[in-house]
Design a protein around this ligand. Structure first.
Ligand code: SAM
Length: 208
């Protein structure tokens, strides 16, 4: 299934999500810098027009950006080429996408809600198993709250349950996590959102 909703958004002039990296991307770079062995390779799942992927490349990561929207990926490619940032962008579906090699970081901002609930455990297990020991996941997900009306912005998305995202990392070291509510202006219609955030580290080998 394609997502015409995003193709249509990305076909508009300008950058739908803006050019600035997300808070989560900035937080990850801050944390990565302080690690004894800073991570090098990174996959950005649901990278959209590539604002975070490009930011990571500019901070020295070897980046692969994956998104279902070919329109978004094309825009990301053009922008990264214009800015001289080397990123491998590819059209891919995170519901089935398999990491061929281990990566140091799996990152996803604003996109995980597109994973159907029944597939999430298996998908997180795949991404965790293909992460280098000592590597990092930085993720956020929209969260279902009974007092917040469901957003009609993306009919294909299913919000996470409160705490669900953290639960997938029960066996990893939690470097940062939180929950928050804010007003999103995506689509030009202000709407309330709740979001959970996790930055977690795969335990390194015992001797590391
Ligand atoms: C809210 S946007 C976030 C984009 C980007 N992470 C950012 O912050 O600029 C969600 C993105 O997820 C992508 N997406 C939706 N379903 C997807 C799927 N099954 N596989 C890969 N990407 C998907 C959409 O095309 C869209 O670009």
């Amino acid at each position: 299934m394609t997502q015409p909703v995003y193709d249509e958004r990305y076909a508009r002039p300008g950058l739908y999500w803006g050019s600035q990296p997300t808070q989560l991307a900035r937080a990850l770079v801050r944390i990565a810098r302080k690690l004894p062995r800073p991570p090098k390779t990174l996959v950005d799942l649901g990278c959209g027009e590539g604002r975070d992927s490009i930011y990571f490349a500019r901070h020295g990561f070897r980046v692969e950006g994956v998104d279902l929207s070919s329109v978004g990926i094309r825009k990301a490619e053009l922008r990264s080429a214009r800015l001289g940032a080397s990123v491998r962008f590819r059209v891919g579906d995170m519901r089935t996408y398999r990491l061929a090699r281990r990566v140091d970081v799996v990152f996803s901002s604003g996109a995980l809600n597109n994973l159907p609930r029944r597939t999430r455990t298996a998908r997180f297990e795949h991404f965790k198993s293909r992460t280098t020991p000592g590597g990092i996941h930085a993720m956020n997900a929209d969260v279902l709250k009974p007092y917040i009306p469901p957003s009609s912005m993306n009919p294909c998305a299913t919000p996470f349950r409160s705490g669900e995202l953290l639960g997938y990392y029960w066996d990893w070291e939690i470097l940062d996590s939180g929950s928050g509510e804010f007003i999103s202006h995506a689509g030009g219609v202000p709407h309330r959102k709740a979001m959970d955030v996790v930055i977690a580290r795969k335990p390194p080998p015992a001797s590391a």
